[in-house]
Every structure is written in structure tokens, then in C-alpha cells.
Design a protein around this ligand. Structure first.
Ligand SMILES: C[S@@+](CC[C@H](N)C(=O)[O-])C[C@H]1O[C@@H](n2cnc3c(N)ncnc32)[C@H](O)[C@@H]1O
Length: 273
């Protein structure tokens, strides 16, 4: 918990363009105290929290990496409550590429970010990966847990917010499909550094992201937490890795029963020395 809070303080301080000294002076503590918070060695005292959250333009829940029940319910929380699978159970094509490039060994650790109801996490677990998966929608996580139980699979599935959740352990595969547009552009650098750092050597990051294209209409679902990517932006995040797959596609979608299109960049990158 200290570690998560420290990373959040550090990230928000940088977003506010403050040095540790600036922040320390503003809240009335020493620069050493701020440094200790950020490295996870100590917590801020309770009396400084109101001032600290004001300056960092946040709240205590977010600082602690906690998602309050009534906040940040994405439109998917409601969509996943029905017994049907909103996104079906057919895995995304990218899953087969992962299977081909990093076949599951004795303990091949795979993380899925923004797993929804878990169709891809379920596919990976059935194929022998050691799967961890998270999503902000608890209803999706519940469905994935039920699916895992039904098939006697172990999947470590939990609710978390990709904006504040930072990886603590290393994975062979970090996978995300159609979810990373929920990361605000200004947070992407730090978040992707965390993903890259927590990928094992010769491990891969396999991802696709929705793109902004002037000739494609916005999707029918009104999602207040969506920030489309620029074409090529994902690839640039991995300029120091070996690119195993890169593709840009436009495809038809029928979500919300309205025919529309999405533009998407699909990428697999391998971490090399
Ligand atoms: C288009 S759906 C894709 C779901 C799944 N990856 C799939 O392909 O079926 C996007 C997912 O991102 C999740 N999401 C949105 N904001 C999130 C956040 N801040 N942290 C974690 N998950 C988030 C939504 O709940 C939703 O399940």
C-alpha cells in the first residue's frame, strides 16, 4: 500500500510540475519526508493529507489506489451484469499470436489489463498460462471468476484501475485488447514504463489500441473516460524493443446494436537486452 501511494504521489507531483522541494514547502514538511513517501518508506501524516490532496488535485482514495464503489463506474459495469457475454466468448485474434510467440511453459505468467468479462484471460488460462487479469468493472471480474470456477481453472482476477494500479511483479506476457484508450495521454509514458519494466527479458507486450481517425465517426457508446490513441503512438512506446507484429486495421463493430467502425493499431513487441 505504501508503495502504491508513494508512486501516486510521485506521478501526481510531476503532473503538477512540482519538485519534491516545492511540494514539501507547500505542505509544510521536509523534502526528505516527500522523498520517503515517494519511495514507499513512510506515509504522509494524516494532518497533511487535505493539503496534499488539494495541491495534487486528487483525493485520498485515488492516492491509496482505492476505487470507491460509486465512482468510476464505466458504462461496461452495467453491460456486464446480464448473463450473456457482452463481447462473446471468442478470443481476440491477437491471443493466437501470443500463443504462437510465447507458448505456455511450466509457469508462464501472463497479465491482462482491462480484461472485461475475461474471454481472453479465460482462453489463456485454458491453454496453460498462469493468468492474472484486472478490470475496473467488478461485474466483469465476477463473471470471469465464475467461468474459472466452472472450468476448474485458477485465474487471479481482481478489480483495479489501470490509471492508479502499478505492476509489482514481472510477467512473461503483458496483454491488453481494446482497453488502453482509458489511459489519459499524459499518463501513458509513466504507465508504459511500468509495464515495460515488469516484463521479463524475452517476454512480450501484446496490445491493440483504438485510434483517432478524422474519417471515422465516434462509437455509439458515450464513454467519458476514453482517449483515442494517435496512429503509430503505441509503436513509438516500444522503439527500444524488437517489434514482432505491427498492423493497422479498420473494422466493423455492432456493439450497442449500431453498425459503426473502429480503427485500431495492433502490436507485439519483445523485450531484448
Ligand atoms: C472495450 S472493453 C474490452 C474488454 C476486453 N478487453 C475485451 O476485449 O473483451 C474495455 C474494458 O476496459 C475496462 N476499463 C475501462 N476503464 C478502466 C480502468 N481505468 N481500469 C481498468 N479497466 C478499465 C472496461 O471496464 C472494459 O471492460
Amino acid at each position: 500500500m505504501k508503495d502504491v501511494m508513494g508512486k501516486n504521489i510521485s506521478r501526481l507531483r510531476k503532473e503538477q510540475k512540482l519538485t519534491q522541494e516545492n511540494l514539501a514547502r507547500a505542505v509544510g514538511v521536509s523534502a526528505q519526508a516527500v522523498s520517503k513517501w515517494e519511495s514507499g518508506q513512510s506515509y504522509p501524516d494524516i494532518e497533511v493529507l487535505p493539503k496534499l490532496t488539494d495541491i495534487l488535485e486528487t483525493n485520498i482514495d485515488s492516492l491509496l489506489g482505492h476505487i470507491p464503489g460509486d465512482l468510476k463506474k464505466t458504462l461496461y459495469q452495467a453491460a456486464y451484469l446480464s448473463d450473456d457475454y457482452y463481447w462473446g466468448l471468442q478470443p481476440n485474434d491477437l491471443c493466437y499470436e501470443v500463443l504462437r510467440l510465447v507458448p505456455p511453459g511450466k509457469d508462464t505468467k501472463l497479465l491482462e489489463i482491462g480484461c472485461g468479462e475475461g474471454k481472453d484471460a479465460f482462453f489463456f488460462a485454458r491453454n496453460g498460462y498462469n493468468v492474472t487479469a484486472f478490470d475496473i468493472a467488478q461485474s466483469g471480474i465476477n463473471k470471469l471468476q465464475r467461468l474459472a470456477e466452472m472450468y476448474h481453472l485458477h485465474i487471479n482476477a481482481f478489480r483495479a484501475d489501470m490509471l492508479s494500479y502499478r505492476l509489482q511483479e514481472e510477467y512473461d506476457v503483458i496483454y491488453s485488447s481494446r482497453a488502453l484508450h482509458h489511459i489519459k495521454p499524459e499518463l501513458r509514458k509513466e504507465i508504459f514504463e511500468n509495464y515495460k519494466q515488469h516484463t521479463k527479458l524475452n517476454g512480450i507486450n501484446a496490445m491493440n489500441v483504438y485510434l483517432r481517425k478524422p474519417f471515422i465517426e465516434p462509437p455509439p457508446e458515450q464513454d467519458d473516460f476514453a482517449y483515442l490513441w494517435e496512429s503509430g503512438e503505441l509503436l513509438m512506446k516500444y522503439s527500444d524493443w524488437r517489434i514482432k507484429l505491427i498492423e493497422e486495421k479498420i473494422y466493423d463493430c455492432m456493439s450497442s446494436n449500431v453498425k459503426h467502425q473502429h480503427a485500431i493499431d495492433i502490436m507485439i513487441a519483445e523485450k531484448v537486452m
